[in-house]
Structure formats: C-alpha cells, structure tokens
Design a protein around this ligand. Structure first.
Ligand code: FNR
Length: 183
C-alpha cells in the first residue's frame, strides 16, 4: 500500500510557483507514495490561548490530516530570507498543544522555489531548523533549491524538462527515504 504524504505549500497566492512545483510532485511521485496537498490558507494565526480551549473546526481538520500522514513534504517560498508566515503558522499549529506534536517521527523533506538566484535557501534552512526540533526525520540529500523557478514551468503550470528533472530526482530520493525509514 502506498504511503500517504502530506504536502504543505507555504504560498497562498493563486499563481504560486511553489504550488506548481507541489502539483508536479503529485504527478511525478512513484506508486509507493500518495501525495495530498494540504490547505493551510484558512488556518487562523496561532495563539497559545487556543491550547486551553477545544480546537476550531479548521484546526481540528488540519491536525487530523497531519496525524494521518505517513510523511510530509514542505514546499516553501522565501519571504525575507525565511519561510512565509503561513508556513510557520501551519508548523506551529500541528506542534501543539504541549505533548501533542503531530510531526514527531514522520519522514520529511523540504524543497524551496524562488524566481531569485538563491532558490529560497534561507527559507529552507530556517524551516529545516524548526522541523528538526519537532523531530521530523528530514531527508538530507538532495538539497533542492529551485532558483529562477518561474522558468521551470510553462504557461499551463506544467514543469518544463529541467523542472521535471529536478523534481523527479527529489521525489524519487524521498520515496527511498520513506522506504528506508519504514524498513
Ligand atoms: C519575497 N520574495 C523573495 N524572494 C527571494 O528569493 N528571497 C527573499 O528573501 C524574498 N522575500 C520576499 C518577501 C515577501 C514579503 C514577498 C511577498 C516576496 C519573492 C518571492 O520569491 C516570489 O514572490 C515568489 O514568487 C513567491 O513564491 P510563490 O508565491 O510564487 O510560490
């Protein structure tokens, strides 16, 4: 049976390059993985007071999606050399309340995409630091920072040859990582 993999995209905008990359990963994934994009746009900004109350319907549904996932892929843009607030919010929500860190032990991977030359390296590094402390078992290689990433997709949002090559290498390595951790 294929492993259920949650894909978290840190961009909320309609024409997001990172969402194009995430959608391509869904298509390119080998049969051992079943990828599902998780919507984080409707999640209220996390407030620690929420830990003292029953969760909102949106929080509960989101947390359940993470709970049920066998692994997680973070697809992140770079905002001011870090991950976007929406991504950090999504990470924080599923790490709480205390003692209920849903990320722990899941095989994870990070990919970043930017129209700039550094490919979102800063976002990826900050994100890695956060999820490592939550005990996501993060794939180390291949580090994948898609630079000038707008050029990797055509007008229809499909990956061009280079985009397909980088994304295929990434998702195949991740499938191996998931299999290795499951063994
Ligand atoms: C950016 N962008 C950006 N790009 C980058 O390479 N390094 C950076 O530090 C930043 N900083 C930044 C801050 C803010 C607030 C915005 C809105 C944008 C540009 C960013 O990479 C570009 O808008 C991407 O297209 C965002 O990814 P999506 O939405 O296309 O997935």
């Amino acid at each position: 049976m294929s492993k259920r993999i949650a894909v978290i995209v840190g961009s909320l905008r309609k024409d997001s390059i990172n969402r194009k990359a995430a959608r391509a990963l869904v298509q390119l994934a080998p049969p051992s993985l079943s990828l599902e994009l998780i919507d984080i746009g409707g999640l209220a900004l996390y407030n620690q007071d929420f830990d003292l109350e029953p969760p909102s319907a949106a929080y509960a549904a989101y947390r359940e999606q993470i709970r049920q996932a066998d692994g997680v892929i973070f697809v992140t843009p770079e905002h001011n050399q870090s991950m976007p607030a929406a991504m950090k919010n999504a990470i924080d929500i599923a790490s709480r309340p205390p003692g209920q860190n849903l990320w722990s032990g899941k095989p994870g991977a990070i990919i970043s995409a930017s129209p700039g030359l550094h490919g979102g390296f800063g976002a990826s590094s900050h994100l890695r630091q956060s999820v490592m402390c939550l005990n996501v078992l993060c794939m180390a290689q291949p580090e994948t920072y898609l630079s000038q990433a707008h050029k990797l997709f055509d007008e229809a949002g499909e990956p061009r040859e280079d985009g397909r090559k980088y994304l295929t290498r990434f998702i195949n390595a991740y499938a191996d990582w998931v299999a290795r951790l499951a063994a």
